[in-house]
Ligand binder design. Structure first.
Ligand SMILES: [Zn+2]
Length: 216
């Protein structure tokens, strides 16, 4: 079975993907990991990708395309794969379908982790971290007993720079603009399953598992 997981930043793609990989025999395909590996191994595409990264530019779709072709041509993906956070645009979705067709494969199911922007904003901007022991809090959902102080070790809680509302709103707008056409593209094939990602991690994964059990 070949799966895609789609969801906004903070919707929980990473957690769901890890649990699926743990429970099912699927190869986790992450374009970020593949890029890092290609760069490390100094393959021709890796060298090309490194050029873009050194110049601080986004690695273009053609290079990602080559990396995906190379990865999906290996034998271990015959049991099935899981893409997490890719395709991000409709062009990438169309391209992925073409690659898969060549390899006599297809996407069987797209899991869309649905969550309101408001919820996501609270989840992310409410996050506080203890730099001393690593404990994570949220001022809305899991506050520390004393504001700004870690319950476990008494450390002073901090907020990560990326977790501010302005940069998050920009990321969410970008996400919706790019991803809505991707979801519509797969909806035409009738393979999208929406999961309410505002539930607890366990509830979200239970819903995902129900969907997967129906497919296997
Ligand atoms: Zn602490």
């Amino acid at each position: 079975m070949n799966l895609l997981i789609i969801g906004a930043p903070g919707a929980g793609k990473g957690t769901v993907s890890d649990r699926i990989i743990n429970d099912y025999e699927l190869v986790h395909v992450s374009t970020g990991d593949m890029l890092r590996e290609a760069v490390k191994n100094g393959t021709p595409v890796g060298l090309q990708a490194q050029g873009y990264m050194n110049r601080g530019e986004l690695v273009p779709d053609e290079v990602i395309h080559d990396i995906i072709v190379e990865r999906l041509s290996r034998d271990d993906v015959d049991a099935g794969f899981l893409f997490d956070g890719y395709p991000r645009t409709k062009n990438q979705a169309v391209d992925l379908d073409e690659i898969l067709k060549q390899l006599d494969k297809k996407v069987d199911c797209v899991i869309d982790l649905d969550i309101d922007d408001e919820d996501l904003i609270k989840r992310i901007t409410g996050r506080r971290l203890c730099p001393d022991c690593g404990e994570i809090y949220n001022i809305y959902y899991k506050p520390s007993k004393t504001e700004g102080i870690c319950d476990k070790c008494g450390g002073t809680l901090i907020q990560r720079k990326d977790d501010n509302p302005d940069s998050l709103k920009v990321r969410l707008e970008e996400y919706h603009k790019n991803t809505q056409p991707v979801i519509e593209y797969y909806e035409k094939m009738d393979i999208v399953r929406h999961v309410d990602a505002s539930m607890s991690k366990d509830e979200v994964y239970d819903s995902v598992k129900n969907i997967l059990e129906g497919l296997y």
